[in-house]
Design a protein around this ligand. Structure first.
Ligand SMILES: Cc1ncc(COP(=O)(O)O)c(C=O)c1O
Length: 320
């Protein structure tokens, strides 16, 4: 029995609330990529939906609850993908959505948040400053603050990916997920450890944004002064204690990867799967590249968790 904030019955029930457009995403073996990496590789494709990331699963739950409670407005801080997802789910339910993001977030993400009808406020700082500003907005306006990874619905939404990973005939030896605030890793990890306990759960962060990974290894919250990575979706500095506790219960390992490996991961995903992915979605492949012996001959699944990139930057990365 895993001691976490998560609960399998609630995660199963979540599937009935989430718009089906986010559910039952494709999962398939990529033989060419597997040959290149020296192991069997399956990908779970979380980008084929209206917001091109997995975050819609969680925002569907949050906004469903808010609508039920008769709430009319919600604010969140976002690196870009949560904001888009909240804007999409909120619009569907007639909620006023405010998103606070960094001025340095990818323009494509910011543009889509606005295009989905949300109010966008930019801060001249990173995601942690955006989190502080979102708290103040919620207090000033008396509206609901959505806190990614702390609000259990964000973890439960992501956890539905785990149900899909474990529901088929296919078995796997390890699942590799990007690690940001931790909603995806704790959610997916909880379900995998509950329903397919033989599989390893491995979280991956960039060396330039290591706070939660270092916290996991030291079993206490470690913050960092700065974060420097192209993987903008996972560039937090202040891990949330409750999320760390859950992660300690469900993850078998947390590893750091270099920027050059993330870029190679993006190149390989383009070359061998035809997918344009954002850097955070290449973390799993990067982890295999950096430790090929560990994965040799095994079957790994990695979650392709987002594809919102600025094309200029993307072309620079994949052309190297
Ligand atoms: C594409 C992508 N991957 C990974 C993450 C990290 O997910 P989590 O914050 O649930 O750990 C995010 C967060 O927004 C993201 O947008």
């Amino acid at each position: 029995m895993l001691r976490t904030r998560l609960d399998l019955d609630r995660i199963q029930a979540a599937r009935r609330v989430i718009d089906p457009v986010y559910l039952n995403t494709p999962m398939y073996r990529c033989d060419a990529l597997g040959r290149r990496l020296g192991c069997t590789v399956s990908i779970k494709l979380e980008t084929a939906n209206p917001v091109r990331s997995f975050k819609g699963r969680g925002t569907e739950l949050v906004t469903g609850l808010l609508a039920e409670q008769g709430r009319t407005a919600v604010v969140c801080a976002s690196a870009g993908n949560l904001g888009q997802a909240l804007a999409w789910s909120g619009r569907r339910r007639g909620l006023d959505v405010t998103v606070v993001a960094s001025v340095r977030a990818p323009v494509a993400k910011l543009d889509r948040i606005r295009a989905l009808g949300a109010e966008l406020e930019l801060v001249d700082g990173d995601i942690e400053l955006a989190r502080e500003r979102a708290v103040r907005i919620a207090q000033e306006r008396g509206i609901r603050l959505l806190e990614d990874s702390l609000d259990i619905e964000t973890c439960e939404g992501a956890a539905t990916i785990g149900l899909e990973l474990t529901s088929g005939e296919t078995t796997f030896d390890a699942v590799l997920t990007a690690l940001g605030g931790g909603a995806m890793a704790t959610g997916v990890g909880y379900v995998v450890k509950t329903l397919a306990p033989g599989a390893e759960v491995i979280c991956v962060q960039p060396t330039g944004a290591p706070a939660l990974t270092r916290s996991w290894h030291e079993r206490r919250v470690i913050t960092t002064e700065s974060a420097d990575t192209i993987a903008d979706g996972v560039a937090g500095r202040f891990p949330i204690p409750e999320v760390l506790d859950d992660l300690l219960a469900v993850a078998d390992d947390a590893v750091l990867v270099r920027e050059s490996s993330i870029i190679t991961g993006m190149q390989l995903l383009l070359e061998h799967t035809g997918l344009i992915v954002e850097p955070s979605a290449a973390l799993g492949v990067a982890a295999v590249l950096e430790d090929r012996d560990r994965f040799a001959g095994r079957h790994i699944v990695t979650v392709i968790c987002g594809s919102n990139v600025d094309l200029d930057a993307y072309h620079r990365w994949v052309r190297r």
